[in-house]
Design a protein around this ligand. Sequence first.
Ligand SMILES: [Zn+2]
Length: 77
Amino acid sequence: MGFIRILIIIIVIFLLWQLYFRIKRQGEKARPQLKQQPSIPMLRCQHCGTHIPENEAIKSPKGVYCCEQHRREAEFN
Ligand SMILES: [Zn+2]
């Protein structure tokens, strides 16, 4: 019976060890995603002052805007 107990303990340790590495890997995958989000430059709409990510901003030679409507309102008035 002693041998079976040792075997069960070894299996439990092995499973916990695998679980630990799975959690560790998931944590490493989640971290770079969190780092990438703040690295997107935030630009300020010249019309209403709202901060928008650079990839969503409407850019024109006169300035940066949050939407096409604000670009038109700011440039044609
Ligand atoms: Zn705006």
